[in-house]
Design a protein around this ligand. Structure first.
Ligand code: 8ID
Ligand code: ZN
Ligand code: ZN
Length: 350
């Protein structure tokens, strides 16, 4: 039976603090499902939402979270293609109109009516979460729910970004912010897609992780390198730079460096969203190198299904640690300090 009250992590105002307290369980609307969230990853986006980093207001009070894996416990009359008992994921894209120009061409993240979990609607840092039935990710029952949680935002997003880069098997991608949640998964998806990786981040723990567990061929420490641009180029066999750059760092600097070291004809994919940051590229080199710079934003329903299928096949392994939902503030503190290698996943029962 579904309780009327549940534990959640809530902010009442931008800037926090985040409070672990009991709130009411909502009922699903006609086209919605109610998901008993078992585990939720913590994405840096959740911290941006608390801090008010972006030029887009959140709802308040707000339950954050958008990497939720759980079990459907109730559904509305019009909720199609999903049954009670199914394992599903609640993603950043909680819902979209399914009718606009973008939804019609499977660019649902661009929908002007998109609902964003843990931002414009309550998210997955609670035991029972509402989501639009059309947009929940379907999770095969053989996949443990704690393991799949980070895939539901980080995995989908980097998989989509790698596809958008156009990099082909055998080519090299630089992953900037490689030791974080998105970066760790980016190396694993890149490897599974036949790409070679240069990891860029800082510290010995992240160096070890990238080189020994995640399959990168080289690691550049942005904090100790005397010249990141030269070092990245030197890490490619012919010294001409990586074919693609995946920017998942939460810092403006690399968004102003990538165009300098990307290979001629190469592509820079911007995914990280540091507060108030601007892209920069020299016009002369951008033109004569014929480079491409583009943004990439989560993924559509098909990208999501594909990213989960890579995981189900056992070719994606990325580190995560599980703590209780009650520990969210500790996770945010470590994230702010850049101390998380991989991902934290919250167990909503603790
Ligand atoms: O759809 C999207 N575009 C999307 C989806 C999901 C997340 C975008 N994001 C955004 C988040 O909002 C956030 O801004 O991607 C960014 C990364 O999220 P994350 O992976 O969850 O963050 P993290 O775990 O804190 O990792 C960030 C890493 O960047 C490194 C840090 O050391 C950390 O490991 N980093 C920093 I800060 N500065 C760096 C630099 N100059 C750097 N790495 C390399 N060079
Ligand atoms: Zn996210
Ligand atoms: Zn739409």
């Amino acid at each position: 039976s579904i309780p009327t009250e549940q534990w959640a992590q809530v902010i009442d105002k931008t800037g926090g603090p985040v409070q672990y307290r009991k709130i009411a369980v909502q009922q699903p609307g006609p086209d919605e499902v109610l998901v008993n969230i078992k585990f939720s990853g913590v994405c840096h986006t959740d911290l941006h939402a608390v801090n008010g980093d972006w030029p887009l207001d959140t709802k308040l009070p707000l339950v954050g979270g958008h990497e939720g894996a759980g079990v459907v416990v109730a559904k509305g009359d019009l909720a199609k293609g999903v049954e009670i008992g199914d394992h599903v994921g609640v993603k950043w894209l909680n819902g979209s109109c399914l009718a606009c120009d973008f939804c019609q061409q499977s660019d649902e993240p661009l929908c002007p009516h998109a609902l964003l979990s843990g931002y414009t609607v309550d998210g997955t840092f609670q035991e029972y979460c509402i989501a639009k039935a059309a947009h929940v990710a379907h999770i095969p029952k053989e996949i443990p729910l704690d393991e799949i949680a980070p895939v539901l935002c980080a995995g989908i997003t980097v998989y989509k970004g790698l596809k958008e880069s156009g990099a082909k098997p055998g080519q090299t991608v630089a992953i900037v912010g490689a030791g974080g949640g998105l970066g760790a998964l980016a190396q694993q998806y890149a490897k599974a897609m036949g790409l070679r990786c240069i990891a860029i981040d800082t510290g010995d723990a992240k160096r070890k992780l990238c080189l020994e567990q995640l399959g990168s061929e080289s690691f550049i420490d942005f904090a100790t390198s005397k010249n990141v641009v030269k070092d990245v180029q030197a890490a490619t066999a012919d010294g001409l730079g990586p074919h693609a750059v995946i920017l998942v760092a939460v810092n403006e600097k690399p968004f102003q460096q990538a165009a300098e070291y990307v290979r001629p004809r190469g592509t820079v994919i911007c995914i990280g969203l540091p507060a108030g940051a601007y892209l920069k590229a020299p016009v002369f080199e951008s033109v004569i190198k014929m480079i491409t710079i583009k943004g990439s934003y989560v993924g559509n329903r098909k990208d999501s299904a594909e990213a989960i299928e890579f995981y189900r096949r056992g070719v994606i392994k990325s580190p995560f640690q599980v703590v209780g939902l009650s520990q969210l503030q500790m996770v945010y503190d470590k994230m702010q300090a850049g101390e998380i290698a991989g991902r934290y996943v919250l167990d909503t029962s603790k």
